[in-house]
Design a protein around this ligand. Structure first.
Ligand code: NAD
Length: 689
């Protein structure tokens, strides 16, 4: 039974019992209706306590039901019935009360929360608005401005924050015991249900500010704007009428493209775990050796320490060790500044990370993560040394961005224990982890990679070996196409603007300025000997580097950074680009925003399709996660292959075939796109591996 009812003297306890998270699906809604019916005639009952399991009240609606038509009984009607029941209801929030769970609590006369409870309305993060009165009851409880803040930002509050704004009435060690006491001793029926309270005071300034904030923070998304408009109705429209608006908005958004994309990402994240075919047990990793204490090594070491692993960091000489110590120290300083730990804790933790020069004095460790220079010679040498000095059971991982993990593995006598663990920068913050499976990587090594990823709370994605794995391979093609458009007539800032408009967190040139143009320069030089001489090559970025325009760190790259502050467009760059076009005998033409968007997206999709086709990724959702969590692809568009499914393979193929006429080498349609165009299939249903 998803909902149970127990009579205890003059009160009844209604308990939600739908593991694992008490999602308010059909069975819970039916159970609540039955409970209401059962208690309707109980004349001797003073009050009803509504509660959840020991650790969770209710985590919200069951998003799996969102793709189908709504089925009665509907939550708004249930809440209406709770407010109008013969006995007043009180909520004992034993854990998280989110979305529909929070709305259920709002239909009760009082809310008592446990110290660890969380309460909030995160609906906008799934592309919808609260659909069971949240937009009308919450402002009547906490006033307009706090309600706007919570609903438009999809915020989840800790119990003490919820108490401060008045969303809950009390925090109690055992909220059920306390709610029972209140139910037995207080006259809860004297408290007016929220729906019967008067409209709230108007606050146009708060509404305008919320709209502006949402337009910035959740750029391009519909739900936050609609949510704000609905909350604003609580000061201008009677409850019942506003409820109709809310319901209509909820149902419309729920079927919309943005909500579908956000649901897709939500489920993809939940499904990101060790594939079922990896059956081996992971090595029990307690201590990790990190090789190299630069940007990546330092933040990987910090993340490992935070997750409770012992860490030793190996550098080449005393100076490098000093720099590594500084790099690690900076991360701890930041943590102190952000209030994440005390200075004393930071000092203690930093001391725990053992810094070494060379391999003497290594601790017993079960895993090595190498983050030294991106050079195959350096990596080969490191791995052959590791093979000698590390115990036979140790797993050896490389954080390489592009290099061949098979070649690295071949420099050891244990290629089955070698894999890639590709972190993103900064590694202690970025959630994505590409787990790279080389030809001979064993299940045990893979399982170990996934186990460490889970311990670090990463989103793990399995990738095969190729130049750039999943993310950097797509990025390479995306940038290549951007450079072609720049040469043919556009400008870096116009391309950036078009892609930011599409929803990317940043444009491709802004990103390069941030990471430094020298990184991709080195990679292009590395690829030069194997580059197809017939493939179009745009030398503008090379010239930038050769002229010292390395990006933000030197004050000039694709933009200028006067005084180290914000960026400004550099008119000199237009001359440089025009000059390069002249050398290349290109007649520059008009390139529209629509063309930039279309070509860059289709370049990304075609590469992603090849990656899936070749089994480098096992499923489309994995590629979507990589691009969203590693490269700023808009979550509300669901990732490149979810987006591709909204366009349809046939339409994509037709456009790519058009581009192929002008650029047959880079615009070869992926065989998978052809296949899906013929069968009418979707990327979402393709499985490899
Ligand atoms: P970095 O230059 O900041 O740091 C490299 C560190 O490795 C330096 O401190 C250097 O002294 C040390 N080192 C070099 N050779 C060594 C050796 N033989 N033994 C021990 N230490 C040695 O580089 P980074 O940006 O941290 O990148 C490291 C690796 O991570 C590269 O393979 C890179 O491709 C990859 N990576 C980088 C990023 C990024 O955004 N920076 C992201 C993902 C992966």
């Amino acid at each position: 039974m998803a909902v149970t009812v127990a009579r205890e003297g003059s009160i009844a306890i209604v308990r939600l019992d739908n593991p694992p998270v008490n999602a308010i699906g059909l069975s819970v809604r039916q159970g609540l209706m039955r409970a209401l019916e059962e208690l309707a005639d109980a004349a001797d009952l003073r009050a009803v306590v509504l509660t959840g399991s020991d650790t969770i009240f209710a985590a919200g609606a069951d998003a799996r039901e969102f793709d189908a038509d709504p089925v009665a009984p509907h939550l708004p009607d249930i809440l209406d019935a709770i407010e109008n029941a013969p006995q007043p209801w009180i909520a004992a929030l034993t854990g998280a009360a989110l979305g529909g769970g929070c709305e259920l609590a709002l239909a009760c006369r009082k809310r008592i929360a446990g110290p660890k409870s969380t309460i909030g309305l995160p609906e906008v993060t799934l592309g919808v608005v609260p659909g069971a009165g949240g937009t009308q009851r919450l402002p009547r409880l906490v006033s307009l401005a706090p309600a706007l803040d919570i609903i438009a930002n999809g915020r989840t509050l800790k119990a003490n924050e919820a108490l401060d704004v008045g969303l809950i009435d009390e925090i109690a060690e055992d909220p059920l015991v306390r709610a029972r006491q209140i139910a037995e001793s207080e006259d809860l029926s004297a408290i007016l249900p929220l729906s019967q309270r008067p409209q709230v005071a108007d606050d146009q300034a708060a509404v305008d500010a919320a709209k502006e904030r949402a337009a910035k923070r959740m750029r391009g998304q519909d739900a936050p704007q609609r949510a704000i408009e609905l909350v604003a109705l609580s000061s201008s429209m009677p409850f019942a009428q506003a409820m109709l608006e809310e319901r209509q908005t909820f149902l419309t958004l729920r079927q919309g493209a943005q909500a579908k994309a956000l649901r897709h990402v939500f489920f993809a994240e939940r499904g990101a775990k060790k594939p079922a075919w990896v059956e081996a047990q992971p090595v029990d990793v307690k201590t990790v050796v990190v090789i190299g204490g630069g940007t990546m090594g330092a933040s990987i070491a910090y993340a490992l320490d935070s997750a409770g692993h012992g860490v030793a960091l190996v550098e080449t000489d005393a100076d490098a060790k000093e720099r590594a110590s500084h790099n690690v120290g900076r991360l701890f300083k930041d943590a102190v500044k952000r209030g994440l730990m005390s200075e004393a804790d930071a000092a203690k933790r930093q001391e725990r990370i053992q810094l070494l020069v060379g391999y003497d004095g290594l601790p017993e460790a079960e895993l090595v993560i190498e983050a030294a220079f991106e050079s195959i010679e350096v990596k080969r040498e490191i791995f052959s040394t590791l093979d000698r000095v590390m115990p036979a059971h140790a797993v050896l991982a490389t954080n390489t961005s592009y290099l061949d993990v098979n070649e690295i593995a071949a420099s050891t006598s244990r290629p089955e224990r070698v894999l890639g663990l590709h972190f993103f920068s900064p590694a202690h913050i970025m959630k994505l982890l590409e787990i790279v499976r080389a030809d001979r990587t064993s299940q045990e090594a893979l399982a170990t990679g996934f186990a460490v990823g889970a311990k670090l709370r990463k989103i793990p994605v399995l990738a095969g070996v190729c130049d750039g794995f999943i993310g950097n391979r797509i990025l390479f093609r995306y940038r290549e196409e951007a450079d072609i458009l720049m040469m043919d007539g556009s400008l870096p800032w116009l391309i950036d603007e078009a892609m930011v408009d599409f929803g990317m967190a940043m444009g491709p040139y802004e990103v390069q300025d941030l990471s430094g143009l020298d990184i991709s320069y080195a990679q292009r030089k590395r690829r030069a000997p194997t580059r197809d001489p017939n493939r179009r090559y745009i030398p503008i970025a090379d010239r930038m580097v050769e002229e010292g325009r390395l990006g933000k760190k030197v004050g000039v790259g694709w933009y200028r950074y006067p005084g180290g502050g914000g960026s400004v467009v550099d008119p000199l760059l237009e001359d440089l680009i025009t000059e390069e076009a002249h050398f290349a005998k290109v007649t520059r033409r008009d390139v529209s925003t629509a063309e930039i968007r279309e070509r860059l997206m289709l370049a990304m999709i075609n590469e992603a399709a090849d990656i899936l086709h070749q089994g480098i990724a096992e499923k489309a959702a994995d590629i979507d996660l990589v691009m969203i969590h590693g490269y700023g692809f808009p979550r509300w568009r669901g990732g490149p292959l979810h987006y591709a499914d909204t366009l349809g393979a046939a339409a994509i193929l037709a456009r790519i075939e058009e581009f192929e006429k002008q650029g047959p080498i880079m615009w070869k349609p992926s065989p998978l796109i052809r296949e899906l165009a013929e069968t009418g299939g979707r990327f979402a249903d393709v499985k490899r591996g």
